[in-house]
Structure formats: structure tokens, C-alpha cells
Ligand binder design. Sequence first.
Ligand SMILES: [Ca+2]
Length: 222
Amino acid sequence: MFVTQSKLTMVAGSVFAVFVFLLVVLFTMNDGEVDASTTETMSMFLPSILHIGPPETCYVGEGGRVVAEIEDHVPPELWRFETTEPGYYDLGYLIWRGFPEHLNPPVAPLYYHMEITNPGEYRLLIRSFIDGEDITENNDVFVSVDGGPWVKTYTSNPFSWSWHTCQIDHNCTQPRYFLSYGPHFIGFAARSPGMGLDRFALVLTGLDGDIDGPTSPVCSER
Ligand SMILES: [Ca+2]
């Protein structure tokens, strides 16, 4: 049967109109809100998609703990790899040698990825020290988990390497995050000049966690 070009155009136009109509109906049925299950799925897979770095910056949680060396990350911008302050673990530490920084956007973020195998509430501990005179103002770094808000995180024990880790000024509150089974990531963004970071640990609440022991195994190549 011979079909003219104008008829083909009409058919294509009708199919497109039906497709648009179905999209409008689906959107209206959902009151314009994003389906929660869709969001959950997106957040579950997003970290894997974002993990484009080397496997050295991706760790597998074991026994309710993730422990990683900060210096596993190649230092961007004015983060410097140093070994001057003794008492660090493994190869050394990264220290911010730039200016005091505030957000918008976060400056020189260091990202570390994790495969959580024991879901639950985790405590965050950062092993740090301050190489500077102004230990009350220059004692912090910004932290974000899974792309969430960047939160100023500080130590009140800056004279030597310490696991002391606080959020909320003048009322030390240890950072805690609920981590589901699967991939997650944590970021550290520059704030205080002279803030040195040695290693970090995420430990399931209720466990002691050997944060001074061996670091977690790295993820396999993806
Ligand atoms: Ca270290």
C-alpha cells in the first residue's frame, strides 16, 4: 500500500502526542512528587557511579568498622602531604596549607568511598592535629557524607595527634551517620590552615572498633 509522506507525519505526530499525554498523566497521578522508592534507588547507586577515583580511596567495611589513611588520596590544590609531625600512622598525613576557607563551594574536597557490609549508625572519628598558633579558630575541617550538608568538624585536643572529633561549637557532639548496606562516600573540605589529617574511622555504634589497627581492605577495581 502506498503511504504518503503527509500520512507518515500525521502518524508520528499522533504517537508523540500520546507519549506526552501519558507522561502528563503519570506526573499528575503522583502529585508532582518524586517517588520515594525511586529516590532510594538513586541514592543507593549514585556513589558507585561517582566513584571514578583509584581503588586506594575505596574501602570495604569489616566487622562494623571502616578505617582509612587520609594520605591514600592524592592531595589536590593546597592540601600537602607531610611527615614533619611524628606519631602519624602509615606514610604520613595531609595538611591544609592554604587560606582559611568557607563553603560555597567546598574547597579542595577529599573524597573516600566505602562499601558498608554492616548497616547501622556509625560514629565518625578523625585523627588530627593542629600545626599553628591559633588553635581555637584554626582547628576544623568540613565533613559531608553521601553528598549531604558540609558540617564544620573540629578537635579540641590539637597539641598532638588525637581522635577527638566534634561538631557543634562549645557543645562537642560526636558526628554520627546511618549507613545502609552498600556504597557510601565521605568528603573532607578545607577550612583551617594547619589542620592535619592522619586517618579517619567510621565505627558502628556500640562497638569499640580497633581504630588504631590495620586499615580496611580497598575495594576491587571497578
Ligand atoms: Ca596517615
